[in-house]
Design a protein around this ligand. Sequence first.
Ligand code: ATP
Length: 269
Amino acid sequence: MSGRLDSRAPLLEVRDLVVHHGQLRALSGISLTVYPGEVYALIGANGAGKSTLLRTIAGLHHPTSGSIGYDGKDVTRLRPEKRATAGIVMVPEGRRLFPSLTLEENLKVGSSYARPGPWTIGRIYELFPWMLERRGQKTAQMSGGEQQSVAIGRALVANPRVLLLDELSLGLAPVIVQRIYATLPQILESGITVLLVEQDVSQALRVATHLQCLLEGHTTLEGTPAEVTREQVEAAYFGVGSAAPGGRPSHVSLNNRGPRDNHGERSEA
Ligand code: ATP
């Protein structure tokens, strides 16, 4: 284990997680440890299993084997809504807002299963000041970036301890992505730990305190952004080549799995 923040007890501990979608083995023994205050980024090409991992942690998929520990307790079999009220809250890929409800009504959905904590609807309007005067507008009429912000607000008002963010940048222009990620410091300052899935590797490297790369349901790289080289990340992401010359940092486990078909990054970003 790396020396990162490890004097503290982990907030999230995933051990040897195997998840199937029917016959397809989407995750083949994934482990990860997230400490309080971290921004832990999961990267990897399309179909690597990132969303499956996040959704399994949220309780939306049942693992075939393995365990999920949260705040020292085994939550592997806990129902999703119980995990949410315990503080594991997800912003799903595609936002999944209620389009016919107003912005504020969508936020109220999040607060309906809220833990006590600092995040209120009023505080969301401070985080995203544009929302205040548009709180009565239906979210169907909003842009992708605005909807993504509402989805983040809806998750925050539940007062999570660990916030699971699935592909925030998907389909959004880079300037909008930057604006959304600019709220991350305030989210972290409120004591929330973040586990995020990000296809944009540069973005992940900018914000993450720790990162893990998945490929076809396996971990191919794990370490802090300072520990890994660009070449190592590329090799782990595409499953080609090997670690960069000069040796790899001791905390980084490279597990490249040999040549395979190219996986391009998504084009709609
Ligand atoms: P993406 O960026 O494309 O979402 P990902 O890394 O998040 O990729 P997953 O969405 O977790 O990957 O998918 C992992 C594998 O599981 C893929 O082969 C995908 O086709 C498959 N898969 C995901 N969800 C389902 C499902 N509900 N039913 C069947 N197969 C699924």
